[in-house]
Design a protein around this ligand. Structure first.
Ligand SMILES: Cc1ncc(COP(=O)(O)O)c(C=O)c1O
Length: 463
């Protein structure tokens, strides 16, 4: 047996000794206070930097001021002031025991009622298979953005959530500019100019009328002209008609009448049945776009499953119409016809540029005429203008920049529905159908809104 060289023995011995050494002392633990704070590290790039929907933010800010004892005229958030129609509430009570998950696309009877409603209201032929029910049209709009392949076109100004939804879904959107001279409406020429750049590109246009934030709508002629452009380029039109039934004259027309093959109609209970918190929205597709509906139903099945069962059962009553619903809507429109034009007139008298509203709950005054006087007070953009107005007059509004306008443009969105809708509906029963700006009605039912507008008008007049 040959001897092991001494240096090898020593090496083995030293390695064995090393194995039994205590591990080296760890480097000193960093003090948590010294660690860099990286709050965004776990947040998707699509969501980073987005803030909460501005309509909700202004509501919370107004509530904070009120808790401090300040008088706030809440004209930022535009939810329906009217109670849910009693027959619909009764239907909800009668269905409280409905407990099963419902089909992803919605209850058959509800989808049939929605299809029948479109036929009654607009003469559009659709079947239950063309309808998708969701937890609010907002969620359906979001799922559409996830599913749709193509460019998204949005007129500016438009409702606050279309653009952030696009960002969250990881898609680009393109604003199409509009002009005050056209009542801020999308023109066929502007739409054509965008589509002509690349005629075959798949695109979807979101068109909302009566409009939030504008309060205006499109005439039949204007819709037909837009429909011709849409057909020329094979656009899909998402027609957001959530305010259709609160067209102040009850004369809402859908672009689907003239472009049935490419129009998806978006609607729901939130605005005309006073049931925003019930969360029920509807999309009605042309058979040509069944593939989009099917794709959305897959996403729905993997996310919210189905809309609450009692709400769907109750919604059948709302969509089925009848004399009670007709009376409720007629009175709602009568109230809106009183207050909207009265507020517009007072703001015009103070120097604002705006038209009378045609539908919905909103006005979009342009305060460009005050630019120099506001600049002398250090106010150069609409956001700061809103902050000062809230601070000085208690009137809470939203800047036009939240709706896609340039930050420096002095446009504002005003919601005139901060009154007691239940009382106003009762009062409207006594109003003649053609009554305009009835001082007694306004003083009795809309005093708070009128007082806020008076404060705002005086603030502007004394700039
Ligand atoms: C223009 C417009 N579209 C869609 C919605 C979403 O309504 P909902 O999700 O309640 O159906 C709103 C709500 O404010 C809106 O103003």
């Amino acid at each position: 047996m040959s001897a092991v060289p001494l240096e090898v023995v020593e090496d083995i011995a030293s390695r064995q000794a090393a194995l039994h050494q205590p591990p080296p002392a760890p480097a000193q633990e960093p003090d948590p206070q010294d660690l860099p704070v990286r709050p965004h590290v776990h947040i998707s790039l699509n969501v980073r930097g987005l803030s909460q929907s501005s309509t909700l933010a202004i509501n919370e800010r107004s509530a904070r001021l009120e808790r401090q004892g300040r008088k706030v005229f809440r004209m930022g958030l535009g939810q329906s002031p009217f109670p849910v129609p009693p027959t619909v509430v009764e239907a909800l009570k009668a269905n409280a025991q409905q407990k099963d998950y419902l089909p992803v696309r919605g209850l058959d009877a509800l989808r049939e009622a929605v299809a029948a409603y479109h036929h009654r209201a607009q003469g559009i032929e659709r079947s239950a298979d063309d309808v998708l029910i969701g937890p609010g049209s907002k969620e359906l709009l979001f799922i559409l953005q996830l599913c749709f392949y193509g460019d998204l076109l949005v007129p500016s100004p438009s409702w606050v959530s279309y653009a952030p939804q696009a960002a969250i879904a990881g898609r680009q959107h393109r604003w199409i500019d509009t002009r005050r001279a056209d009542g801020w409406r999308l023109t066929p020429a502007a739409l054509d100019a965008v589509c002509r750049e690349d005629p075959d590109r798949p695109r979807i246009l979101i068109l909302n009328y009566p409009s939030n934030p504008l309060g205006v709508t499109y005439s039949a002629d204007q819709l037909q002209a837009l429909a011709r452009v849409a057909r020329r380029y094979g656009l899909v039109v998402l027609s957001d008609e959530i305010y259709g039934e609160v067209h102040h004259q009850g004369r809402h027309a859908s672009i689907a009448r003239w472009y049935p093959e490419g129009t998806i109609i978006s609607g729901g209970l939130s605005k005309w049945a006073g049931a925003g918190g019930w969360r029920l929205g509807t999309f009605t597709f042309p058979p040509q776009l069944r593939g989009v509906l099917d794709a959305m139903a897959v996403v729905a099945s993997e996310s919210y499953t189905s809309v609450s069962a009692p709400i769907q059962h109750a919604a059948i009553t709302a969509f089925s119409g009848g004399p009670d619903m007709a009376d409720y809507l007629a009175r709602s429109r009568r109230v809106l016809r009183q207050i909207g034009p009265a507020i517009a007139a007072r703001l015009r008298a103070a120097g604002c540029d705006l038209d009378d509203p045609e539908g919905g709950f909103y006005l979009f005054p342009d305060l460009s005429a005050f630019r120099e006087r506001l600049a002398a007070r250090g106010i150069h953009d609409a956001r700061l203008l809103c902050e000062r107005l809230l601070e000085d007059t208690g009137v809470a509004l939203l800047p036009g920049s939240d709706f896609g306008r340039a930050p420096s443009e002095l446009s504002l969105r005003l919601a005139y529905v901060n009154f007691d809708g239940a009382r106003a509906l009762e009062g409207a029963a006594a109003l003649a159908d053609d009554a305009v700006a009835d001082p007694g009605f306004l003083a009795e039912h809309c005093a708070d809104s009128m007082a806020g507008i008076e404060r705002m008008a005086r603030w502007l007049e004394t700039l």
